[in-house]
Design a protein around this ligand. Structure first.
Ligand code: KG4
Ligand code: ZN
Length: 338
């Protein structure tokens, strides 16, 4: 990190089902981190309902911003910039944060910055200990599964991505067919501890050396296995199914993350996103990184899941590089990273 950078950045995040605002000083010092989760509201629908999410963001965003400024004990005049998630995400949800940030910028004269949500996830680690470059990051959440290479601050190269479902999405969909509550990831994680991963489920490697992911085939294999066994009257232990499914996801994530670091010749691997909470993934990745001489960084859980501190941190380096947005900035559901 540039030692000379002085900044105080307000971050805003509304890309999915958390309304969040935070203040970060000099790119890494967390001054406040306010998150209002909508999980309880969406649980009864078994997933995030975009319209409901947008409406809830509208109700909450202004007071969450005020709270973040209050808790950080800063005034609008102290701020260097307001950074907001521009994409990717649910377009209606993103729009609420982008509109709030634009209004804030217009009313106060504080410059506006658009941040890519995945860049934010990687910067979550920077709030704990400065990132060391070059690095590779595995970002695995409900919406994304990506491998990103960063040669230095604020420069990103995508090495791989999911071609269909994200890892967290696969966890949630499989949990749903197993009658587990939303979001299913943590429930599968728990259940898997009591099971054995002996059921034969596919590993989706794609083409040799590909760093892309695909989890929808695995999800279908789980559903088929359940249906076939029901038809034949054979009972499958749910714990074994959870363990076998999880083992397949973890094996592919670990192998491709390690492959990416080797391909780029780097020794820093940063795990990010909600799926980082998975105990089997953490264990397997830690063991494998130790064997390979790779330094693994896993931020604490409250920074792995969606928050605005990571957006403010990533935004600080765009501020450093003078990458400001105009008031015509729009939310972009499939915003590219580079
Ligand atoms: O990063 P995040 O909070 O939101 C998105 O940006 O999507 O990630 C949420 C995802 C959900 O799919 C959830 O099931 C998954 O992370 N997740 C887990 C675990 N905890 C959360 N997946 C597997 N094991 C866990 N322990
Ligand atoms: Zn996210």
């Amino acid at each position: 990190m540039s030692k000379t950078m002085k900044s105080l950045v307000l971050g805003i995040e509304t890309s999915c089902d958390e309304t969040a605002a935070a203040v970060v000083e000099d790119g890494y010092l967390l001054k406040s981190n306010v998150i209002s989760s909508q999980m309880e509201i969406h649980r009864r629908f078994g997933g995030v309902v975009p319209e409901v999410a947008s409406r809830r963001h509208v109700e909450r965003v202004t007071s969450i911003i005020e709270q973040a400024l209050d808790e950080a004990k800063v005034t609008k005049e102290d701020l260097s910039a307001v950074a907001v998630t521009q994409g990717p995400g649910l377009v209606g949800a993103l729009l609420i944060g982008v509109s709030a940030a634009k209004a804030f910028s217009f009313a106060t004269g504080v410059p506006l910055i658009g941040v890519h949500h995945i860049a934010g996830h990687i910067y979550a680690s920077h709030l704990v200990e400065p990132l060391r470059f070059p690095l590779v990051s595995l970002v695995a959440s409900g919406g994304h599964t990506e491998l990103i290479y960063m040669p230095e601050h604020n420069r990103f190269e995508r090495l791989g991505r999911t071609r269909d479902d994200a890892a967290g999405e696969a966890f949630d969909k499989v949990a749903r067919v197993m009658d587990l509550p939303y979001p299913g990831g943590p429930h599968i994680d728990q259940l898997a501890k009591e099971g054995s991963p002996h059921l034969n489920l596919p590993r989706s490697w794609l083409e040799p050396n590909s760093l892309d992911f695909s989890f929808s085939g695995l999800k279908s294999a789980v559903i088929n296995l359940l249906h076939n066994s029901e038809q034949r009257g054979v009972k499958i232990e749910k714990a074994d199914l959870a363990a076998s499914f999880q083992a397949s996801v973890v094996e592919v994530l670990v192998e491709k993350a390690v492959r990416a670091t080797r391909m780029k010749g780097v020794s820093e691997l940063v795990l990010a996103g909600g799926v980082s909470a998975n105990s089997a993934l953490r264990e397997a990745l830690a063991a494998r990184c130790q064997e390979e001489g790779i330094t693994l960084r896993v931020p604490p859980l409250n920074l792995c899941t969606d928050n605005a501190a990571m957006i403010a941190a990533a935004g600080s380096y765009r501020f450093r590089d003078g990458q400001f947005a105009g008031l015509d900035m729009n939310a972009i559901a499939n915003l590219p990273l580079a």
